[in-house]
Design a protein around this ligand. Structure first.
Ligand code: PAF
Length: 280
């Protein structure tokens, strides 16, 4: 696998990959790679495309009190994992390459960015949209792969791609989970053994709330919040929304149940699909 750090090298390397007429798929990441990221690489490979992964810990999507400084950066292990999985090219720009002096543009996707994590983390989705727009322009892929664990991020990117005519396919890949149900996340590395044991309350609460909601029961969300609180989580939100707009659920349309909560100093997010219902 070739690794490039400069935009000029990236452009040449991508042109080389396309040389034989191959499609190019992008897997954008912030590194600290795990099996969830590898599922994205594998899905991209299964499409027959050449796969470009990017690793860039994007300062613009971290708030001033968030974990930018301590965010894990295991570059050697990440490179090894991508090489073993047969990734074709790794784009690893530095902050100055991504945001040279004078950089002044902000991509903001209103509506779908506003609630949930957008409300809990002001500016976060502007940072995500800005860097993802840049990655799309840098690599110019035919498709890009994102995990459904970051469900609101996926919705923001889909909206941006449609609104700005990026002309590439956005593929959402189902969340990969530990055997007890905890969604894989680079931030799981922050959890102590005790927090890790209690963290399973998050997928359990969502699963119970999904079943209760689909069975037409009332009170599923307060019950999920109570079980999260009992496990020691501080809750940012547990919400049932329309799966496409992330606004109010609409009768007859797929829904999504999303949650964000902190255990100790670690903020975890998760979500599950909820079947459409005629009476929401
Ligand atoms: O999901 C992530 O890892 C990041 O938000 C992304 C999409 C790579 C943008 O920095």
């Amino acid at each position: 696998m070739r690794i490039v750090h400069k935009l000029s090298d990236l452009r040449r390397a991508v042109a080389g990959l396309r040389g034989d007429g191959a499609a190019v798929a992008l897997v954008p990441t912030m590194g600290a790679l795990h099996a969830g990221h590898m599922a994205l690489v594998e899905a991209a490979q299964a499409s027959g495309a050449k796969v470009v992964a990017s690793i860039f810990v994007n300062p613009k999507q971290f708030g001033p009190t968030e974990d930018l400084a301590r965010y894990p950066r295991p570059a050697e292990a990440d490179t090894k994992l991508l090489t073993e999985h047969g990734c074709d090219l790794l784009w690893m720009p530095g902050v100055d390459e991504m945001y040279p002096a004078g950089f002044a543009t902000n991509v903001s996707v209103s509506g779908v960015s506003d609630g949930l994590d957008g409300a809990a983390r002001p500016g976060h989705f502007d940072g995500v949209a800005t860097v993802v727009a840049k990655l799309f322009n840098q690599v110019r892929p035919d498709a890009a792969y994102f995990g459904e664990k970051d469900f609101q991020q996926l919705a923001v990117i889909r909206r941006m791609v449609a609104d700005l005519d990026f002309g590439l396919e956005i593929v959402g890949v189902p969340t990969v989970r530990e055997s007890d149900g905890l969604a894989l996340s680079s931030r799981n590395a922050y959890l102590s053994a005790d927090e890790r044991a209690r963290a399973v309350a998050l997928p359990l609460a969502l699963t119970a709330a999904k079943r209760a909601t689909e069975a037409g029961e009332r009170g599923a969300i307060p019950a999920a919040m109570a079980s999260l609180a009992a496990a020691g989580f501080a809750i940012d939100y547990v919400e049932l929304v329309d799966a496409a707009t992330l606004g109010e659920p609409v009768p007859g349309r797929p829904r999504r149940l999303l949650a964000a909560a902190r255990i100790g100093t670690t903020r975890l997010i998760d979500n599950l699909p909820v079947a459409a219902s005629t009476n929401v």
